[in-house]
Design a protein around this ligand. Structure first.
Ligand SMILES: NC(=O)c1ccc[n+]([C@@H]2O[C@H](COP(=O)([O-])OP(=O)(O)OC[C@H]3O[C@@H](n4cnc5c(N)ncnc54)[C@H](OP(=O)(O)O)[C@@H]3O)[C@@H](O)[C@H]2O)c1
Length: 250
Protein backbone atom coordinates (compact mmCIF):
# COMPACT_ATOMS: atom_id res chain seq x y z
CA UNK A 1 0.00 0.00 0.00
CA UNK A 2 1.38 3.45 -0.91
CA UNK A 3 1.46 5.87 2.05
CA UNK A 4 -0.82 8.94 1.97
CA UNK A 5 0.97 12.10 0.74
CA UNK A 6 1.94 14.41 3.65
CA UNK A 7 -0.57 17.15 4.50
CA UNK A 8 0.36 20.44 2.80
CA UNK A 9 0.78 23.42 5.14
CA UNK A 10 -0.31 26.69 3.53
CA UNK A 11 0.00 30.30 4.79
CA UNK A 12 -2.47 32.78 3.26
CA UNK A 13 -1.92 36.49 3.98
CA UNK A 14 -5.01 38.62 3.32
CA UNK A 15 -7.07 35.42 3.52
CA UNK A 16 -10.44 37.18 3.81
CA UNK A 17 -10.06 38.70 0.32
CA UNK A 18 -12.67 37.27 -2.06
CA UNK A 19 -10.01 35.75 -4.32
CA UNK A 20 -7.90 34.39 -1.42
CA UNK A 21 -10.99 32.84 0.16
CA UNK A 22 -11.51 30.79 -3.00
CA UNK A 23 -7.83 29.79 -3.08
CA UNK A 24 -8.14 28.69 0.56
CA UNK A 25 -11.30 26.69 -0.22
CA UNK A 26 -9.55 24.87 -3.06
CA UNK A 27 -6.67 23.91 -0.76
CA UNK A 28 -9.13 22.93 2.02
CA UNK A 29 -11.03 20.62 -0.35
CA UNK A 30 -7.72 18.78 -0.86
CA UNK A 31 -7.20 18.32 2.88
CA UNK A 32 -4.50 20.96 3.43
CA UNK A 33 -3.64 22.53 6.77
CA UNK A 34 -4.02 26.33 6.64
CA UNK A 35 -2.70 29.36 8.49
CA UNK A 36 -4.87 32.39 7.67
CA UNK A 37 -4.07 36.02 8.37
CA UNK A 38 -6.31 39.05 8.00
CA UNK A 39 -7.32 42.25 9.78
CA UNK A 40 -10.76 41.15 11.04
CA UNK A 41 -10.83 38.34 13.64
CA UNK A 42 -14.53 37.62 13.21
CA UNK A 43 -14.18 37.18 9.44
CA UNK A 44 -11.12 34.97 9.93
CA UNK A 45 -13.07 32.79 12.41
CA UNK A 46 -16.00 32.44 9.97
CA UNK A 47 -13.61 31.50 7.15
CA UNK A 48 -11.84 28.96 9.39
CA UNK A 49 -15.19 27.26 10.13
CA UNK A 50 -16.07 27.21 6.43
CA UNK A 51 -12.69 25.64 5.52
CA UNK A 52 -12.98 23.00 8.24
CA UNK A 53 -16.37 21.92 6.82
CA UNK A 54 -14.81 21.75 3.34
CA UNK A 55 -12.13 19.31 4.49
CA UNK A 56 -9.14 21.30 5.81
CA UNK A 57 -6.95 19.14 8.09
CA UNK A 58 -6.40 22.08 10.45
CA UNK A 59 -6.99 25.85 10.33
CA UNK A 60 -5.09 28.42 12.41
CA UNK A 61 -5.75 32.16 12.30
CA UNK A 62 -3.65 35.22 13.15
CA UNK A 63 -4.66 38.87 13.02
CA UNK A 64 -2.27 40.87 10.82
CA UNK A 65 -2.43 44.35 9.33
CA UNK A 66 0.40 44.13 6.80
CA UNK A 67 1.28 47.79 7.42
CA UNK A 68 2.41 46.75 10.94
CA UNK A 69 5.71 45.42 9.61
CA UNK A 70 7.00 44.84 13.17
CA UNK A 71 4.37 42.05 13.44
CA UNK A 72 5.57 40.18 10.34
CA UNK A 73 8.28 38.12 12.08
CA UNK A 74 5.86 36.58 14.60
CA UNK A 75 3.47 35.51 11.83
CA UNK A 76 6.28 33.99 9.76
CA UNK A 77 7.59 32.10 12.82
CA UNK A 78 4.12 30.77 13.53
CA UNK A 79 3.65 29.62 9.94
CA UNK A 80 6.94 27.67 10.04
CA UNK A 81 6.41 26.49 13.67
CA UNK A 82 5.75 22.78 12.89
CA UNK A 83 9.12 22.73 11.08
CA UNK A 84 7.86 23.08 7.50
CA UNK A 85 5.73 25.41 5.38
CA UNK A 86 4.87 24.28 1.86
CA UNK A 87 3.22 27.36 0.33
CA UNK A 88 2.85 31.05 1.22
CA UNK A 89 0.17 32.98 -0.69
CA UNK A 90 0.18 36.78 -0.41
CA UNK A 91 -3.20 38.20 -1.42
CA UNK A 92 -3.89 41.46 0.44
CA UNK A 93 -4.26 44.64 -1.59
CA UNK A 94 -6.17 47.89 -2.04
CA UNK A 95 -7.32 49.63 -5.19
CA UNK A 96 -6.70 53.31 -4.48
CA UNK A 97 -8.69 56.14 -6.04
CA UNK A 98 -6.31 57.44 -8.72
CA UNK A 99 -7.72 60.99 -8.60
CA UNK A 100 -7.31 61.16 -4.81
CA UNK A 101 -3.72 59.90 -5.20
CA UNK A 102 -3.02 62.69 -7.69
CA UNK A 103 -4.33 65.25 -5.20
CA UNK A 104 -2.55 63.84 -2.16
CA UNK A 105 1.04 62.66 -1.80
CA UNK A 106 0.03 60.96 1.47
CA UNK A 107 -2.66 58.94 -0.34
CA UNK A 108 -0.13 57.90 -3.00
CA UNK A 109 2.41 56.83 -0.37
CA UNK A 110 -0.23 54.84 1.51
CA UNK A 111 -1.26 52.98 -1.64
CA UNK A 112 2.39 52.14 -2.39
CA UNK A 113 2.96 51.03 1.20
CA UNK A 114 0.06 48.56 1.30
CA UNK A 115 0.53 47.19 -2.20
CA UNK A 116 4.32 47.23 -2.45
CA UNK A 117 6.46 48.23 0.56
CA UNK A 118 4.76 46.13 3.24
CA UNK A 119 4.56 43.16 0.85
CA UNK A 120 8.28 43.44 0.05
CA UNK A 121 9.04 43.56 3.79
CA UNK A 122 7.04 40.39 4.43
CA UNK A 123 8.57 38.65 1.41
CA UNK A 124 12.06 39.42 2.72
CA UNK A 125 11.36 37.37 5.87
CA UNK A 126 9.51 34.60 4.04
CA UNK A 127 12.21 34.29 1.39
CA UNK A 128 14.93 33.74 3.99
CA UNK A 129 12.91 31.02 5.74
CA UNK A 130 12.06 29.23 2.49
CA UNK A 131 15.69 29.53 1.37
CA UNK A 132 16.89 27.88 4.60
CA UNK A 133 14.22 25.17 4.19
CA UNK A 134 15.41 24.55 0.61
CA UNK A 135 11.93 24.06 -0.80
CA UNK A 136 8.41 25.44 -1.03
CA UNK A 137 6.38 27.91 -3.04
CA UNK A 138 5.90 31.67 -2.61
CA UNK A 139 2.87 32.88 -4.60
CA UNK A 140 1.95 36.56 -4.77
CA UNK A 141 -1.06 38.25 -6.34
CA UNK A 142 0.05 41.24 -8.41
CA UNK A 143 -2.10 42.49 -11.32
CA UNK A 144 -2.19 43.01 -15.07
CA UNK A 145 -2.28 46.71 -14.08
CA UNK A 146 1.45 46.35 -13.32
CA UNK A 147 2.29 45.49 -16.93
CA UNK A 148 1.81 49.03 -18.26
CA UNK A 149 1.15 52.37 -16.60
CA UNK A 150 -2.18 53.97 -17.54
CA UNK A 151 -3.55 57.37 -16.54
CA UNK A 152 -6.56 55.77 -14.82
CA UNK A 153 -4.59 53.71 -12.27
CA UNK A 154 -0.83 54.18 -12.46
CA UNK A 155 -0.28 54.41 -8.68
CA UNK A 156 -1.79 50.94 -8.15
CA UNK A 157 -0.06 49.78 -11.36
CA UNK A 158 3.32 51.05 -10.16
CA UNK A 159 2.98 49.16 -6.87
CA UNK A 160 1.96 45.92 -8.60
CA UNK A 161 4.57 46.36 -11.37
CA UNK A 162 7.29 47.00 -8.78
CA UNK A 163 6.15 43.89 -6.94
CA UNK A 164 6.38 41.84 -10.14
CA UNK A 165 10.02 42.97 -10.63
CA UNK A 166 10.79 42.19 -6.97
CA UNK A 167 9.35 38.68 -7.49
CA UNK A 168 11.34 38.22 -10.69
CA UNK A 169 14.57 38.82 -8.76
CA UNK A 170 13.43 36.63 -5.88
CA UNK A 171 12.61 33.80 -8.31
CA UNK A 172 16.07 34.04 -9.84
CA UNK A 173 17.65 33.93 -6.34
CA UNK A 174 15.50 31.13 -4.86
CA UNK A 175 15.42 28.86 -7.93
CA UNK A 176 18.92 27.74 -6.90
CA UNK A 177 17.51 26.65 -3.50
CA UNK A 178 14.56 24.65 -4.81
CA UNK A 179 12.01 27.36 -3.95
CA UNK A 180 9.43 28.41 -6.59
CA UNK A 181 8.17 31.99 -6.83
CA UNK A 182 4.81 32.30 -8.60
CA UNK A 183 3.72 35.72 -9.89
CA UNK A 184 -0.06 35.79 -10.25
CA UNK A 185 -1.54 38.44 -12.55
CA UNK A 186 -5.33 38.59 -12.40
CA UNK A 187 -7.23 40.74 -14.85
CA UNK A 188 -10.71 41.92 -13.86
CA UNK A 189 -12.34 39.86 -11.09
CA UNK A 190 -15.78 40.54 -9.59
CA UNK A 191 -14.92 41.10 -5.88
CA UNK A 192 -15.54 43.84 -3.28
CA UNK A 193 -12.46 45.60 -4.71
CA UNK A 194 -14.18 46.11 -8.07
CA UNK A 195 -17.74 46.49 -6.71
CA UNK A 196 -18.05 50.04 -8.07
CA UNK A 197 -16.91 49.16 -11.59
CA UNK A 198 -19.44 48.51 -14.36
CA UNK A 199 -19.15 44.82 -15.27
CA UNK A 200 -18.26 43.53 -18.75
CA UNK A 201 -17.56 40.09 -20.28
CA UNK A 202 -13.86 40.29 -19.32
CA UNK A 203 -14.75 39.97 -15.62
CA UNK A 204 -14.13 36.59 -13.98
CA UNK A 205 -15.64 35.27 -10.79
CA UNK A 206 -13.54 34.96 -7.63
CA UNK A 207 -14.18 31.19 -7.81
CA UNK A 208 -12.65 30.92 -11.28
CA UNK A 209 -9.70 33.09 -10.25
CA UNK A 210 -9.16 31.08 -7.06
CA UNK A 211 -9.08 27.77 -8.90
CA UNK A 212 -6.74 29.12 -11.58
CA UNK A 213 -4.41 30.43 -8.85
CA UNK A 214 -4.43 27.05 -7.08
CA UNK A 215 -3.50 25.30 -10.32
CA UNK A 216 -0.69 27.83 -11.03
CA UNK A 217 0.71 27.14 -7.55
CA UNK A 218 0.48 23.37 -7.93
CA UNK A 219 2.16 23.67 -11.34
CA UNK A 220 4.86 25.96 -9.88
CA UNK A 221 4.31 28.38 -12.76
CA UNK A 222 6.66 31.36 -12.95
CA UNK A 223 4.11 33.91 -14.15
CA UNK A 224 0.42 33.09 -14.51
CA UNK A 225 -2.23 35.37 -16.02
CA UNK A 226 -5.59 34.81 -14.32
CA UNK A 227 -7.52 33.70 -16.36
CA UNK A 228 -5.11 32.73 -19.17
CA UNK A 229 -6.71 35.06 -21.78
CA UNK A 230 -5.13 38.10 -20.12
CA UNK A 231 -1.72 37.00 -21.42
CA UNK A 232 -2.51 37.75 -25.11
CA UNK A 233 -4.45 40.88 -24.11
CA UNK A 234 -1.49 42.24 -22.15
CA UNK A 235 0.95 41.19 -24.89
CA UNK A 236 -1.02 43.46 -27.21
CA UNK A 237 -1.25 46.29 -24.65
CA UNK A 238 2.51 46.21 -23.92
CA UNK A 239 3.44 45.96 -27.61
CA UNK A 240 2.01 49.39 -28.47
CA UNK A 241 4.79 51.96 -28.89
CA UNK A 242 4.87 54.66 -26.20
CA UNK A 243 4.46 57.34 -28.89
CA UNK A 244 0.99 55.94 -29.63
CA UNK A 245 0.09 54.74 -26.12
CA UNK A 246 0.56 58.16 -24.53
CA UNK A 247 -2.18 59.60 -26.82
CA UNK A 248 -4.81 57.07 -25.68
CA UNK A 249 -7.17 57.78 -22.79
CA UNK A 250 -6.90 54.55 -20.83
N1 LIG B 1 -10.48 42.13 -8.10
C1 LIG B 1 -9.71 42.37 -9.17
O1 LIG B 1 -10.19 42.69 -10.27
C2 LIG B 1 -8.22 42.23 -9.03
C3 LIG B 1 -7.46 42.30 -10.22
C4 LIG B 1 -6.08 42.17 -10.13
C5 LIG B 1 -5.48 41.95 -8.92
N2 LIG B 1 -6.24 41.89 -7.79
C6 LIG B 1 -5.55 41.66 -6.53
O2 LIG B 1 -6.08 40.50 -5.92
C7 LIG B 1 -5.86 40.56 -4.51
C8 LIG B 1 -7.15 40.22 -3.80
O3 LIG B 1 -8.11 41.23 -4.05
P1 LIG B 1 -9.70 40.95 -4.14
O4 LIG B 1 -10.11 41.31 -5.51
O5 LIG B 1 -9.99 39.60 -3.61
O6 LIG B 1 -10.26 42.11 -3.21
P2 LIG B 1 -10.91 42.17 -1.76
O7 LIG B 1 -11.92 41.09 -1.58
O8 LIG B 1 -11.33 43.59 -1.60
O9 LIG B 1 -9.70 41.84 -0.79
C9 LIG B 1 -8.69 42.73 -0.45
C10 LIG B 1 -8.10 42.21 0.83
O10 LIG B 1 -6.94 42.97 1.20
C11 LIG B 1 -7.00 43.14 2.60
N3 LIG B 1 -6.20 44.29 3.06
C12 LIG B 1 -6.25 45.56 2.63
N4 LIG B 1 -5.38 46.32 3.33
C13 LIG B 1 -4.79 45.48 4.21
C14 LIG B 1 -3.82 45.66 5.23
N5 LIG B 1 -3.26 46.85 5.48
N6 LIG B 1 -3.44 44.58 5.96
C15 LIG B 1 -3.98 43.37 5.72
N7 LIG B 1 -4.91 43.14 4.78
C16 LIG B 1 -5.31 44.18 4.04
C17 LIG B 1 -8.48 43.35 2.89
O11 LIG B 1 -8.71 43.14 4.26
P3 LIG B 1 -10.02 43.73 5.01
O12 LIG B 1 -11.11 42.74 4.70
O13 LIG B 1 -9.60 43.75 6.42
O14 LIG B 1 -10.28 45.09 4.43
C18 LIG B 1 -9.09 42.29 2.00
O15 LIG B 1 -9.13 41.04 2.63
C19 LIG B 1 -5.34 41.97 -4.22
O16 LIG B 1 -3.92 41.92 -4.10
C20 LIG B 1 -5.71 42.73 -5.48
O17 LIG B 1 -4.87 43.84 -5.69
C21 LIG B 1 -7.60 42.01 -7.81
Amino acid sequence: MTPDPPTQRILIVGATSAIATEVARTFAERGASLVLTGRKPERLAALADDLAVRGAAEVETAVLDVLATESHAAVVERAFAPGRLDVAVIAHGTLPDQTRCQESAAETVRALEVNFTATAALLTLLANRFEAQRGGVIAVITSVAGDRGRQSNYVYGAAKGGLAVFLQGLRNRLHHRGVSVVTLKPGLVDTPMTAEMPKNPLFSTARRAGRAIHSAIEGRRDVAYIPWFWRPIMALVTSLPESIFKRLRL
